[in-house]
Design a protein around this ligand. Structure first.
Ligand SMILES: *Cc1c(COP(=O)(O)O)cnc(C)c1O
Length: 397
């Protein structure tokens, strides 16, 4: 049994705020402050350079990777942490393409996050080998998996609509056509139940600052299926992915296994807050988390539809096809979201007209959802969004 009252108490959320944006940036775990202070004072401050050995900084990327492995259904020893998600997408894609040298197509969908597509476009130009990025509608990915496809590059849960792909089915189809799969778990890790090993996914990547609550800019993770880990040649051949970094060999020789996907110096301070955040996950049963997420999102959809006729659901109604967020379309979505934030319900806005609300069961409960519905209904029924102060767009929406 997961004690969600306890997980909720493990976070600092400003009084009166209902935070429905943990899908974009998770809140501050109470223990993170002490963990970071400890790293600063007792490790960096006291140990200085010896911290790499004495505080175990050098081993963190794999150790933290193992803790994430449990959450995403990956075998331990095959996940490593570092860099940003965009970099990890690049690494996975370059590795996958090298395993399928005769195939031209990278298959993705129009619901993917643009950075993933941009990284693919940049890599295609660099390789200059006639590779092609094919972007189809999310519902049509399965129909476009054929013998031309080298790899599918799919974000499992759509960042805008919350639509969830069927990982097991698409992976099986890709394999039947001889293609590899890269799953981006940015909106899945810590949000839904995942079974990378059971689905036989080839590569997976994700970030840790969304549902995993590692803090702004906390490092990303990458998984490579055990059968490939020793066969890929890293495109970003950094010294910490070398088999013996401190030999300072002039030639690159990849480390064995997932270690070869490390690049450079790990972000030790960010790793401290991430580790504190992962402590909370140690006592969470992912199946229970998923059920709670479904209950909360169902409750929200029902409540909003009953009180806000101007909002149109764009997330799948069937929870099996939905991640842990709910999105509504509304012509004045930007100002409406600003008004909601002003009234203590924090979600976000994604162009052109989507109001997005994330449900993170670790710290959101049914009472929060009920209050959020009430406040949003107040904004919509009173047309509170129709006020010039909510129209000006900030750089981050
Ligand atoms: C959040 C997100 C990113 C962000 O990448 P960073 O390099 O961490 O900034 C990339 N891809 C997807 C699918 C995302 O949801």
């Amino acid at each position: 049994m997961t004690d969600f009252a306890k997980t909720k108490a493990a976070f600092t959320i400003p009084d009166g705020m209902i935070y429905l944006d943990g899908n974009s940036l998770g809140p501050l775990p109470r223990a993170a402050r002490d963990a970071v202070t400890n790293t600063l004072q007792n490790e960096w401050g006291e140990m200085l350079i010896t911290g790499w050995n004495r505080a175990g900084w050098m081993d963190q990327p794999k150790q933290v990777g193992d803790r994430i492995a449990r959450i995403i259904g990956a075998p331990s020893g095959h996940v490593v942490v570092g860099d940003t998600l965009s970099i990890k997408v690049y690494q996975a894609l370059a590795s996958a393409l090298a395993l399928r040298p005769d195939r031209k197509v990278i298959l993705s969908d129009s619901g993917n996050f643009p950075s993933d597509l941009y990284m693919a476009q940049g890599l295609i130009e660099t390789l200059n080998a006639g590779r092609e990025l094919k972007v189809v509608a999310p519902e049509e990915v399965a129909d476009h998996i054929d013998e031309t496809v080298a790899v599918t590059l799919i974000t499992e849960v759509d960042y805008r609509t919350g639509r969830r792909h069927n990982m097991a089915d698409l992976t099986q189809r890709a394999h039947a056509a001889g293609a590899l799969t890269i799953w981006d778990l940015a909106h899945s890790a810590g949000a839904v139940d995942l079974d990378l090993a059971g689905c036989q996914a080839d590569f997976a990547v994700g970030c840790t600052y969304k549902y995993l609550n590692g803090g702004p800019g906390s490092p990303a993770f990458i998984y490579v299926a055990p059968q490939y880990a020793n066969n890929i040649r890293p495109a970003l051949a950094g010294w910490l992915g070398h088999r013996a970094p401190f030999d300072f060999d002039l030639d690159y020789h990849a480390a064995s296994g997932i270690d070869r996907l490390r690049v450079g110096t790990p972000p030790v301070i960010a790793m401290a807050s991430l580790s504190a955040a992962l402590d909370i996950w140690d006592n969470v049963d992912i199946a229970a988390l998923r059920q709670r997420s479904i209950d909360l999102t169902d409750q929200f959809i029902q409540g909003i539809e009953a009180t806000c006729p101007d909002l149109t659901l764009v997330s799948p109604r069937d929870p099996q096809h939905r991640g842990s967020q709910v999105s509504f379309a509304f012509e004045h979505g930007y100002s409406a979201m600003q008004a909601c934030i002003d009234h203590g319900v924090v979600g976000d806005f994604r162009a052109p007209n989507i109001m997005r609300f994330g449900f993170t069961p670790l710290f959101i409960d049914a009472g929060d959802v009920e209050q959020a519905i009430e406040r949003i209904a107040g904004v919509m029924q009173g047309r509170l969004w129709d006020n010039p102060k909510y129209q000006t767009r900030a750089a981050v929406t």
